[in-house]
Design a protein. Structure first.
Length: 144
């Protein structure tokens, strides 16, 4: 397959996946907001009998969150593929060419942006989670 056709396919699929990610994000924010259903209470018999779970297209908030995550991961893969396809252009814009080199400021800013992106993607693995009880959480957040 020619590089131009592959590029158009990657870009078109990226647009479709991006719009899907926006759509599922809107569902999570406005259609099924936090607290729209407590499945664990109903499953374990702890909830009131009148408590309901909001569903959209047969799926609860948690399932839509899973779909949103996988769509975001696909989008990330497509963006990496897009950057690989445009690598020579990125190098020319960042560092310039032999006949037209770029300024040091542009090089530093571009490398800084790249480092920020890598750190943002690595952030979940660079930090640690700390378990706490419900009471500790409420004290930390000033609820008691």
């Amino acid at each position: 397959m020619k590089k131009n056709i592959f590029n158009v396919l990657i870009d078109a699929f990226s647009l479709i996946v991006l719009m899907s990610m926006i759509s599922t994000g809107l569902i999570l924010k406005f259609i099924l907001p936090p607290g729209s259903g407590r499945i664990e209470r109903l499953m374990h018999g702890e909830g009131r009998s009148k408590k309901t779970i909001d569903l959209f297209m047969g799926l609860a908030r948690h399932e839509w969150g899973d779909i949103h995550f996988y769509i975001a991961f696909i989008f990330l893969v497509l963006i990496v593929a897009h950057l690989i396809l445009h690598w020579s252009w990125l190098k020319a814009v960042t560092f310039g060419t032999k006949t037209s080199p770029q300024t040091l400021r542009r090089k530093v800013v571009t490398i800084g942006v790249m480092v920020f992106i890598v750190l943002a993607l690595a952030f979940p693995w660079l930090t640690q989670k700390k378990p706490c009880t419900r009471t500790e959480f409420q004290q930390l957040n000033g609820h008691l």
